[in-house]
Design a protein around this ligand. Sequence first.
Ligand SMILES: C[S@@+](CC[C@H](N)C(=O)[O-])C[C@H]1O[C@@H](n2cnc3c(N)ncnc32)[C@H](O)[C@@H]1O
Length: 377
Amino acid sequence: MNALEALQNKTMKFSIIKEGKATISVPLVDAVSKKLPVFYNPAMTMNRDISILLLRALGRKDMRVADILAGSGVRAIRMLKELPASIVEHIHVNDSNPKFKSVMTKNLRLSDCPSKKLIVTTEDANVLMHGAGGFDYIDIDPFGSPAPFIDAAVRHLNRDGILALTATDTAALAGTARDACRRKYWAEPMRNHLMHEIGMRILARKAQLVAAQYDKALIPIYCHATLHYSRLYMVALKSKEAVSGVLDLHRNVVYNTRTAEFGIRDNETQEEHDILAGPLWTGPLWDADLAKKIAKLPQRDETARLTSMIAEEAKIPIIGFYDLHGLASGLKVDCPSFESIIKALRKQGHQAARSHFLQTGLKTDADITTLRKIIDD
Ligand SMILES: C[S@@+](CC[C@H](N)C(=O)[O-])C[C@H]1O[C@@H](n2cnc3c(N)ncnc32)[C@H](O)[C@@H]1O
C-alpha cells in the first residue's frame, strides 16, 4: 500500500527513528511522498548533517535562524541538540502543514529538546518571512525548486546572513527539462558530464539576480550536488560594489564535444560541436578555508567522504572538470586510477583533485593536451 492509499484508508502507521541527536516520529512507508502527513526523507540526512557542520564551522554567535519549510522539524531539533548553545539565539521553525505544531510538540518531547529557543508557526513561508524581521540564516528546503522563496528570503536576510538553498528539480537544472530551467532559472542548462556543476552555477546566479535588486551580493561559500538534489550556501554582503562584482561574473560557458575542452564564452556564437550553457556564476563555489574546517569536524563516515573530497576540490576555483573515464575511452586505454593521474599532474606543478560532481570527474588547471598525454603514458 502506498502513502496515499494508507492515508485514505486511515491506516498510516508511524515509527520512532533517530537522526543525529534527534528522535522523531515519522510515517512508516515504503516510499517517501509529498502526500505524507509529515514529510521526512531519510535520504536527506547528509543534507542536514552538512547544514549543522557548516554552522559549527562558521562559529558565529547568537544567530537568528529560520527553517521555513521544516517538514518534521528534524533539522531545527538537530541544530538545538548538536550545536554549541552560543551559536543559535533562536530558530523560527515553520511549515504550512496545519498539523505542524502538534508534530513539533511530539518530536521535541521525543528528542528531549528544550523549546525555549523555538518559535513554531504554520504560515506560508513567504508570508512568514515578510512578517518576521531579519534572519542570520535562512534554510529553504522545498519540494522541487527553491525559486518561489528566494525573493522573500533575501529581503529578510541580515547583513552577512547565510542563505541555504536545496533544489530537487534536477531535471531543470541538469538539462533534461530545458524549458523549466529557462522559466525558473533564466538560463540554459547543459546535458553532459558537467551538468550538475553547471546547474549549481545556474542556481547561484538566479539567487544572485534576485538579491541584486536589494543591493545584496550573494557569494557562494559551500555547495554539494548529492543524489537527486543540489544544495548551495551563500553569504549576503550588503554592498552595491560587491553586487556589481557578482554581476560581472555572470557569463556563458561552452563545452566542445569534439575536443572535450570547456571554458567561458563571452558571446553567444557557437562553433561546430559547441554546447553553450548559461548565463551562470563563474566565480568560486566554495570558501576553501570553510570547506577544510567542515571536513575536519567529527561527522558520520558517509558525510566525511563527501566533505573531505569537497575540501580538496574547493582548493581549485575553476569552472568545470574532465571526465577521466570518457577521456580514457576516447584514447582507447584503460581508465587509470585517480591517484596516479592526480600525482602525475601535481608533479608537473598543476592543481588536481577529484570532483564530487561526478564519480569519474577530475578537476585540474591542466589543459586537455597535458591531461591526455598523462593518461596515455
Ligand atoms: C521537502 S519538505 C521539507 C523537509 C525538511 N526541511 C527536512 O529537512 O526534513 C517541504 C516542506 O515544505 C512544506 N511547504 C510546502 N509549501 C509551503 C509553503 N508555501 N509554506 C510553508 N511550508 C510549505 C511542506 O508541508 C513540506 O513539509
